[in-house]
Design a protein around this ligand. Structure first.
Ligand SMILES: Cc1cc2nc3c(=O)[nH]c(=O)nc-3n(C[C@H](O)[C@H](O)[C@H](O)COP(=O)(O)O)c2cc1C
Length: 191
């Protein structure tokens, strides 16, 4: 699929059909996440895949989000900060959060590219989740991602307009001083 189309199509889905996505597509989407930028090219991520129904239900209970039980597969994106912290100190921990977030987004886009729906879930008790899945204390669970095919067709949530997210030359300046008259093409997306 065309990149911009995938970006604009992706949305959080919380209502899944029984049909299970193919492993090839899920694993390919995870591998897309592994292609991202990493500080010093240190990929600190592990992807914990859950497909047993009972375990999916347990994770949904830990998240206190019962809709997660409908998903056929969960992918937990996890970080091990140790190596980045050894290399970069406190900054390494910041890099760890940043590159995990970038990888999660790439994973979601990879899924969307294969027509697979998902949702980034971040609300859960770290301790309970680690206990349930035997995850060592020093590992960070960055996100739980339920994966499947949407049942029904919810509208994508509205996004901030491009203009409201831009400043030019200095903080708070919402207008480009030179305007766009010199540009041949219209700069606005979708035009
Ligand atoms: C860090 C983070 C945590 C989130 N946690 C949850 C969550 O626990 N449960 C949930 O249903 N959605 C969660 N979301 C999804 C957001 O609600 C969703 O991205 C937002 O409403 C925008 O909708 P969209 O993804 O369809 O564009 C989370 C998203 C992010 C980035």
């Amino acid at each position: 699929m065309e990149f911009e189309k995938v970006v604009r199509l992706r949305k959080s889905v919380r209502n899944f059909k029984k049909k299970k996505p193919s492993w090839k597509d899920i694993l390919d989407a995870i591998d897309c996440a592994n292609q991202g930028p990493f500080a010093g090219n240190n990929n600190h991520l592990r992807f914990l895949i859950v497909e047993k129904k009972k375990v999916i239900e347990d994770v949904a209970d830990v998240c206190e989000q019962s809709w997660i039980k409908q998903a056929r597969v969960l992918v937990l994106v996890c970080s091990d900060d140790a190596h980045l912290e050894n290399l970069y100190g406190e900054r390494g921990r910041v890099y760890s959060r940043q590159q995990a977030g970038a990888a999660i987004q790439t994973f979601l886009l990879g899924l969307a590219n294969f027509g697979i729906d998902s949702c980034w879930v971040g609300a859960y008790s770290d301790d309970l989740l680690k206990e349930k899945l035997n995850i060592p204390q020093h590992i960070q669970v960055e996100a739980v991602v339920p994966v499947g095919f949407e049942e029904g067709r919810e509208k994508k949530s509205a996004k901030k307009s491009l203009e409201r997210t831009l400043y030019w030359e200095e903080w708070g300046n919402s207008k480009r001083p030179t305007g766009f008259e010199e540009e041949k093409e219209d700069y606005r997306p979708g035009k």
